[in-house]
Design a protein around this ligand. Structure first.
Ligand code: 13P
Length: 340
């Protein structure tokens, strides 16, 4: 029997003030790309050493949960301690990415649907036994000429809802992530429109699948202009439009919203989250679930050298602390400079 009160406790703790989620669930091809950029060989030991360094950093004080990849949830630290235990010892929940990636959506050129529902119940039971307390499933929605289609929005929302219901059935909190990509030349209002469509459809599907919203966390994109759009919005405009779309679409029973960074710069991701929390007046907590915006700095500082581990840990702790402050609206660019 699903223990809803316990799932609600986990979901609430994931978005506790001053804390947020570290997305360290880069798939094999993605971590390869990140390592290539810093000149590190993509070996199992290097992946382990890098992630161990993060999980042992004091930055974990601001990390309520860590999303892991299948390999990592099974890995031991250099001294033999399971990485999951190190995360727990830091007072953080281990989580796991369970989708199998975005695949071409038939008859919808340029669009994808996330796969991974077959056999998911059994995989969830195994991950729960390995220590996972929450999961992630990412849907990818691209904006372009004539897309997204309703086929893409609906197929992805339906899969997210089936995933979320299975998670709760297996005593895991689902992070539901419908990511509207920043790629493209569209303006901020087009992003608003597509985000609204995706979120409205998602909550309809979650309702139909009988998902208990108080035991979920939403991981959305912020409402921003496409990377190639000439007119980029101010921090305030991003904050206002993101809050507006969330208020239009996200029921108050949801404990928290943990944004993805999606290719924003570290500072933009922090400043925009902070601006939203300064405005406030919303029923859910607003925090981070960043991968790139938390890890770009430590990856650069580390560069695959054991001697740089302390510097990488400090860089990670700094970004985690800054985002922790942003999650309560207490960050400022002056603080950023003082602490750097
Ligand atoms: P980014 O913060 O790099 O967008 O990654 C977050 C994430 O987990 C995407 O699924």
């Amino acid at each position: 029997m699903t223990d809803l009160a316990e799932l609600n406790r986990v979901a609430t703790a994931m978005v506790a003030p001053g804390r947020g989620v570290l997305a360290a669930d880069e798939s094999a091809p993605t971590i390869m790309k990140r390592f290539e950029a810093i000149g590190v060989e993509n070996t199992e030991d290097n992946r382990r050493d890098y992630r161990e360094l993060l999980f042992r950093s004091k930055g974990m004080a601001n990390v309520s949960g860590v999303i892991l990849f299948d390999e990592t949830i099974r890995q031991n630290a250099k001294d033999g301690t399971p990485l999951v235990k190190i995360i727990e010892a830091a007072g953080s929940f281990p989580g796991i990415k369970v989708d199998k990636g975005a695949k071409p959506l038939p008859f919808s050129p340029g669009e994808v649907v996330t796969e991974g529902l077959d056999g998911l119940r059994e995989r969830l039971a195994e991950y729960r036994a390995l220590g996972a307390r929450f999961c992630k499933w990412r849907a990818v929605i691209e904006i372009g000429d004539g897309i997204p289609s309703s086929n893409c929005i609906r197929a992805n929302a339906h899969a997210l809802a089936r995933y979320a219901a299975l998670c709760q059935d297996q005593d895991l909190v689902p992070i539901v992530e419908p990511e509207v990509l920043m790629d493209g030349a569209h303006d901020i209002d087009r992003c608003y429109e597509v985000t609204e469509y995706a979120l409205k459809t998602l909550y309809q599907e979650l309702y139909l699948a009988r998902v208990k919203l108080e035991a979920t966390v939403l991981k959305p994109n912020m409402v921003v202009a496409g990377k190639r759009c000439e007119e980029q919005a101010s921090v305030e405009e991003v904050a206002e439009k993101t809050l507006r779309v969330l208020k239009e679409c996200v029921p108050a029973a949801v404990p928290g919203v943990a944004f993805l960074s999606g290719g924003q710069s570290d500072l933009d991701a922090t400043a925009r989250l902070n601006a939203m929390n300064k405005i406030g007046g919303v029923p859910w907590k607003l925090t981070f679930s960043y991968s790139r915006a938390l890890q770009a700095a430590p990856q650069k500082a580390w560069a695959g050298k054991a001697d740089n581990a302390a510097a990488a840990q400090a860089a990670f702790a700094h970004r985690a602390a800054m985002n922790g402050l942003a999650s309560i609206g207490k960050w400022s660019s002056e603080l950023e400079k003082q602490a750097a």
